[in-house]
Design a protein around this ligand. Structure first.
Ligand code: NAD
Length: 306
């Protein structure tokens, strides 16, 4: 596997992802591509100055040609949410960008794994897969990896347990129709819903704080980047090092509870070849309804662009 990553987009998310990769020494080389060359150059210089304090990652301004010998390309370019905007508000502008850049990526390297982070991530992942259906396992969105981390963080605080010991997922859209899967959420091997310190009111608050986290952060500092930078580098490490970690990434849903032909997040095994396996789902009756509702919201969004 090539030890290089290309990042498209040198903004807040792209540069934070690069920083996270540099500090964790995940790859030998990072190429950063942006239509704003001045910004890309400045981010690269700044990142290079972090390298003497870490290991030896080479960071450079790149082009789509860098995909040729990259294992992964991370897409972080395009418009970001402004205060008061939903992720779906970005749909037209960012779909157009995805349609422009995907052919350059696969032309340079037909085997590259594509991680889409730009929003609305599920719609953009679907747009990329519609252009290259044979590459469906090579294309994924960061999906609810970040939302699930936010959820586990809140649960870890409430239960006073390390988040790594909490297995709990947010599934569906990375956006307003996402839902928590309480029925299979565990700490150790005990069900979280049965925990005596967690009332139904606490559960509802925890989910609404998770769902609204991005709005709260954007209202305070314009954009979110540390959480997604870490989440995306975690997904990339799973791919580069063939870790086969189960992650709630956005991918093509093919007949799950009657839902198909849409991209959204359910747990999947992520490794060298991208989506190694989408795991079978076990949802309660109520969660199945929420799963179908989320799919409906996304299908409507997808139809609005095509
Ligand atoms: P930003 O405005 O800081 O950066 C976007 C960059 O994309 C800019 O530098 C811009 O020049 C570049 N760009 C625009 N069009 C381009 C093109 N055609 N080719 C190459 N580069 C291009 O925005 P940001 O805060 O970094 O957010 C980036 C995206 O990530 C947004 O869509 C945002 O909503 C999304 N995001 C996703 C998550 C998630 O969990 N999936 C979390 C946070 C942000």
């Amino acid at each position: 596997m090539n030890n290089k990553i290309t990042i498209v987009g040198a903004g807040m998310v792209g540069s934070t992802l690069a920083y996270s990769l540099v500090t964790q020494d995940i790859t030998e080389e990072i190429a950063i591509v942006d239509i704003n060359k001045k910004l890309a150059k400045a981010q690269v210089m700044d990142l290079q100055h972090a390298v003497p304090f870490t290991k030896k990652t080479k960071v450079k301004v790149g082009s789509y040609n860098d995909c040729r010998d990259s294992s992964v390309v991370a897409i972080t370019c395009g418009a970001a949410q402004k205060p008061g905007e939903t992720r779906l508000d970005l749909i037209d502008k960012n779909t157009k960008i995805i349609k422009e850049i995907m052919p350059h990526i696969f032309k340079a390297n037909p085997n590259i794994i594509v991680l889409i982070i730009s929003n609305p991530v599920d719609v953009l992942t679907y747009a990329a897969i519609s252009m290259f259906p044979k590459k469906k396992d090579q294309i994924m969105g960061s999906g609810t990896t970040l939302d699930s981390a936010r959820f586990r963080h809140l649960l870890s605080q409430k239960l006073n347990v390390n988040a790594k010991s909490i297995h709990a997922y947010i599934m569906g859209e990375h956006g307003d129709s996402e839902f928590p899967v309480w029925s299979t959420a565990t700490v150790g091997n005990s069900k979280i819903v049965a925990h005596k310190h967690l009332s139904k009111k606490d559960q509802d608050k925890m989910f609404s704080d998770t769902k609204n986290a991005a709005y709260t952060i954007i209202a305070g500092k314009q954009s979110t980047y540390y959480g997604i930078g870490s989440a995306a580098s975690y997904v990339i490490r799973a791919i580069m090092h063939d870790k086969r970690i189960v992650l709630p990434v956005s991918h093509l849903i093919e007949n799950v509870y009657g839902v198909k032909d849409v991209c959204m997040s359910t747990p999947a095994i992520v490794g060298r070849n991208g989506i190694t396996q989408s795991l079978p789902l076990e949802l309660s009756k109520e969660e199945q309804v929420l799963f179908k509702k989320s799919a409906k919201v996304l299908k409507k969004a997808i139809a609005s662009v095509s």
